[in-house]
Ligand binder design. Structure first.
Ligand code: NAP
Length: 307
């Protein structure tokens, strides 16, 4: 099976590269905007591909003729999406149209990533059939992209996730676990939200669920995140991370969403009900503590591909 990934330099993208290289019967084509930042360079083909450039998208997909496309590339900084709505729309919505147009020629299975931010966070945790009501431009863009995927006529899969954490080869963007660990280790105080609830997702778990969907050709919407038992306020999650690493809790300063006043509104309580992913994808998320142990061993060994 020939699988093409977009955004292979990203947090999820890098984990997919390592895991797909270990999956038998898969020929991997990795693509991302910049130069390849995955340390391992062998065993797959890499293209620099700007998915907002229609000609480039058509050219690469015509050359590859993939059986499956996994679209992880996105503008993922929620506040940047709010302040650069044109850029957000180009990357999170219009590029999805280009990828689908190209994929249609080859009847490619299209796997797309979406977010808990399509919901308003009033009645989380959410199941796949709950009705979206995004509060931010990022959420609107992702909800819009979902509609494009669902009406594409292709075999499609949408995987919604929330707060991804993990270690990558070349960290361009931090995540909740690394930010907490590194800030507190350096003795910096951090302001952490008290009134938003999530279930953090180990990047390896998410990649594994995605590969299961590709291999089984499981179609439809799937919620994939940390487990229901790990849904908690962001401040409590950060405190658990600090406790795990034996770091100074007094540096964690509580702040409400209203006090922080970020450009984009966030849903108060999300988290996902994972029954469908468990049943159809065999999904078994690690607990937060198990995930932190994996992160620790990867930071110590500098081997992000190991799981
Ligand atoms: N991170 C989260 O907590 C979270 C939560 C919910 C949903 N999601 C969704 O999950 C997916 C993966 O997220 P992630 O955190 O792994 O993303 P990420 O680390 O921010 O990586 C996104 C990648 O997109 C690539 N990209 C940016 N502009 C591009 C362009 N014009 N053409 C091609 N590639 C481009 C970047 O490539 P270069 O590095 O090469 O520039 C970057 O590595 C996204 O769809 C996101 O919306 C993420």
């Amino acid at each position: 099976m020939k699988i093409l990934i977009t955004g292979s330099n990203g947090l999820l993208g890098q984990k997919l590269v390592y895991q797909l290289l270990r999956t038998s019967g898969v020929e991997l084509i990795a693509t991302s905007l910049g130069v390849n930042r995955v340390s391992l360079k062998n065993g797959y083909t890499y293209y620099s591909l700007d998915i907002t450039n229609k000609d480039e998208v058509l050219k690469v997909i015509d050359a590859v003729r993939p059986d499956c496309i996994i679209n992880t590339a996105a503008m993922t900084n929620v506040d940047v999406c709010e302040t650069d709505q044109i850029g957000c729309d180009a990357l999170n919505v219009t590029s999805v149209k280009y990828l689908i147009e190209a994929a249609k020629k080859y009847k490619t299975h299209f796997i797309h990533f979406s977010t808990d931010f399509i919901f308003d966070g009033v009645s989380g945790p959410y199941k796949e059939t709950d009705v979206p009501n995004p509060l931010s431009f990022y959420g609107v863009s992702k909800a819009e992209s979902e509609k494009i995927v669902m009406t594409s006529g292709l075999d499609w899969t949408i995987i919604r996730t929330n707060i991804i954490y993990g270690v990558v080869d070349d960290v361009q963007r931090s995540n909740l676990v690394l930010w907490t660990k590194f800030s507190l280790e350096q003795g910096k105080s951090i302001h952490v939200i008290t009134d938003q609830y999530r279930s953090p997702t180990l990047a390896e778990d998410l990649a594994e669920a995605c590969i299961a969907a590709a291999l089984k050709k499981a179609t439809g919407i799937f919620h994939v995140s940390g487990s229901e038992e790990d849904i908690d306020s962001i401040i409590n999650i950060v405190k658990k991370i600090a406790t795990f690493y034996g770091l100074d809790q007094s540096l964690i300063k509580p702040v409400t969403s209203a006090e922080l006043n970020q450009p984009a509104l966030r849903p108060p309580k999300t988290g996902f009900i994972l029954d469908k992913a468990r049943l159809e994808l065999g999904y078994k998320p690690h607990s937060l503590i198990e995930g932190l142990k994996i992160v620790t061993s990867q930071l110590e060994s500098k081997a992000i591909g190991g799981n």
